[in-house]
Design a binder for this molecule. Structure first.
Ligand SMILES: [Zn+2]
Length: 631
């Protein structure tokens, strides 16, 4: 090969490879499925026609499907992990020993052939040509007959069958509360392909990633069963079960079964639940969204489930106002599953709870309608954006809807993060959701540290900028798959501050924040506060001073790498000082008052900065020192 040709090749291949994440694209799916459920043995058969559009710049030679129900088998990877993790999920285990001498065993291990879950593909074609495929645990690996070129559509036709497992985790039959069918992750679901390539993750424990598209689903089931589902029911007058127009009669159909027809536009998942004893209530919210509530006819829970309904409408209004309008016409709160889990246009939650817990879980799961089903971050990779953002906004919403009105509704999240940071076992938030050493570490990282990411961002750029950031994030990223960088870029554009350091230190490292007041010295009418940065993570500082006459002043020390100053909050007396550049471990803050005139000095009295050691944050008699209260 001559040199000129070689350099030409390098230039052209270099040019071709430069097509990466600089321009956003996402794949598209259109599912048409028909499924027939046998409620005597919990087996079902189905057909699936899937039109797949390759919007990527790449030619695809293979595709992958998730077969999630295969996880509920004794020899599965999920069970191996469940049996080896130091703190297995209590919902997935039983204690075969005593309270004193526990013998914790996996519930999956004990499943019989009739109780396991499975999802099997019986045939698969691409544009009519039979395909080769391999079932590998919870993933179907498919070799394509014809590569899918960029911009091209292809049609897959599949026949499949499944068995709904005894309820172990999230989905399944015969839940602890007696719900017959919790049908999440029940169909062969095409894996996502994005700028980071394929995401054919096995189902080990944690959550999901799906391809955006439209679903047309027909479910045939025993006519006594009421279904709550993703999607709009197309044949309510044939079905009834509380879906028919008020005051109208439902057509009588022959046979023991009904076929429910649902259409769900622009979603990345399709979930349903069914039970012969569901009560079905509806409530039209202020914005016109029809809220559906499906719960067991159980005297002990009825009152809570009635009280929940207007509160759910209030939660919806809160999220509409503080994130952006809920875009679908329907949302369902359905008793099912094993805790609380978000799905497209609905949640499955357990129903035998106190009212506070029922509302709290509903608030959390409903918030996921935004931070998962609209801004659909990959939950395996960016679990903190999913759980953290949801925890943040649901704590804010609950604080208002429940009338708690705590000044900082995120104290629980801050405590969770403190536990994590002091555990010596913290892993960075870039850890894959399944790869945490313990479940508790995942929880503290994704939920607590994830919520603190936003609450603390309010401290860094100001509450007004945070609020505008969330709204612009919704505007630019709804119906897409945003990444952490997409979010922080919006915060940068909204505020004008440079924030790459915040994203990196907080989410990609385990660096901690610890600032201290080392000493306070006075000379004449000047007081010098000697500050020290002990932790590796930089932060801008609000130094709150209370004077002997009762007045207050905040000295704001900008962080130099932000190239920016936070706007003062209305009604506050604030003085901006010189920047603090991170490399300098100490900083001298001069206050133009004598020591006698000062009652107390505190680094960040709002406590929104997640300083891991607040014992060194105060000087003098601080009023705010011991005001922390439980809420
Ligand atoms: Zn969640």
């Amino acid at each position: 090969m001559n040199k000129i040709f070689l350099s030409f090749l390098l230039i052209t291949t270099g040019f071709l490879q430069a097509q990466n994440n600089t321009s956003y694209w996402q794949q598209h799916v259109d599912y048409t499925m028909e499924v027939d459920m046998n409620v005597d043995n919990f087996r079902y058969t189905g057909t699936q026609d899937l039109v797949y559009t390759n919007n990527s710049p790449d030619t695809l030679n293979r595709v992958f499907y998730h077969l999630y129900f295969n996880a509920f088998q004794p020899d599965s990877e999920m069970n191996a992990r469940l049996e080896s993790v130091p703190d297995p999920d209590g919902r997935m285990t039983i204690n075969k020993g005593t309270k004193e001498n526990p013998e914790i065993v996996s519930r999956i291990t004990g499943l019989s052939e009739d109780q396991i879950g499975y999802l099997r593909v019986n045939s698969l074609t691409q544009n009519g040509t039979e395909l080769q495929y391999d079932e590998v645990g919870t993933v179907l690996e498919v070799e394509l007959a014809n590569p899918i070129m960029p911009g091209e559509k292809t049609t897959f036709n599949m026949e499949f069958e499944g068995q709904v497992p005894e309820q172990i985790r999230r989905s399944g039959r015969n839940s602890a509360e007696g719900v017959a069918l919790s049908m999440s992750q029940w169909y062969p679901k095409l894996a996502e392909y994005d700028f980071q390539g394929w995401h054919a993750d096995p189902y080990i424990a944690r959550e999901f990633q799906g391809v955006w598209g439209d679903f047309d689903v027909k479910i045939t089931i025993d006519k006594d069963y009421t279904i709550g589902s993703t999607g709009y029911l197309q044949n309510p007058q044939e079905i009834g079960h509380g879906y028919e127009k008020e005051g109208t009669k439902v057509k009588k159909t022959k046979g023991d079964k009904l076929t429910w027809h649902f259409i769900a536009p622009q979603v990345h998942d399709f979930t349903w639940a069914a039970d012969p004893e569901y009560i079905h209530d509806t409530l039209v919210a202020e914005d016109g969204t029809v809220l559906h509530f499906l719960y067991k006819d159980n005297e002990e829970i009825k009152e809570n489930w009635k009280k929940l309904q207007p509160k759910t409408a209030e939660l919806l209004a809160y999220f509409n106002e503080h994130i952006g309008p809920y875009p679908w016409d329907q949302y369902s709160v359905v008793q099912g599953g094993d805790g609380g889990m978000e799905y497209a246009m609905l949640t499955l939650i357990t129903g035998e709870r106190s009212f506070g817990s029922l509302l709290g879980v509903t608030a959390h799961e409903m918030a996921h309608a935004w931070f998962q089903h609209l801004m659909a971050t990959n939950e395996s990779i960016h679990e903190w954006m999913d759980e953290g953002f949801t925890s943040y906004i649901s704590s804010e919403a609950e604080n208002v809807v429940m009338g708690t009105n705590a000044e900082n509704p995120h104290k629980g999240s801050y405590r969770g993060y403190q536990y994590l940071a002091s555990s010596g076992k913290e892993q960075p938030q870039t850890t894959h959701a399944d790869r945490y050493a313990m479940n508790a570490l995942y929880g503290a990282s994704a939920y607590s540290k994830g919520a603190v990411f936003l609450a603390q961002l309010g401290y860094v750029i100001g509450e007004e900028n945070l609020s505008r950031t969330l709204k612009r994030y919704y505007d630019e990223w709804k119906f897409k798959h945003p990444t952490p960088n997409d979010f922080i870029r919006i915060a940068e554009k909204v505020s004008g501050a440079e924030l790459d350091w915040y994203l990196q230190d907080w989410t990609q490292t385990t660096n901690t924040i610890d600032y201290a007041i080392n000493s306070v010295e006075s000379e004449g009418e000047t007081t010098t506060v000697n500050l020290q940065r002990i932790g590796l993570m930089p932060m801008p500082l609000d130094i709150d001073v209370t004077y002997a006459d009762g007045s207050k002043e905040t000295f704001y020390i900008p962080l130099q790498i932000m190239r920016w100053e936070k706007p003062a909050e209305e009604g506050t007396n604030r003085t901006i000082k010189e920047d603090w550049a991170w490399g300098f471990p100490t900083y001298e803050l001069e206050i133009p008052s004598s020591k006698e005139e000062i009652t107390s000095i505190e680094i960040d009295s709002s406590q929104l900065m997640a300083d891991i050691n607040r014992n060194n944050n105060t000087w003098g008699k601080s009023e705010t020192e011991n005001t922390e209260s439980e809420n």
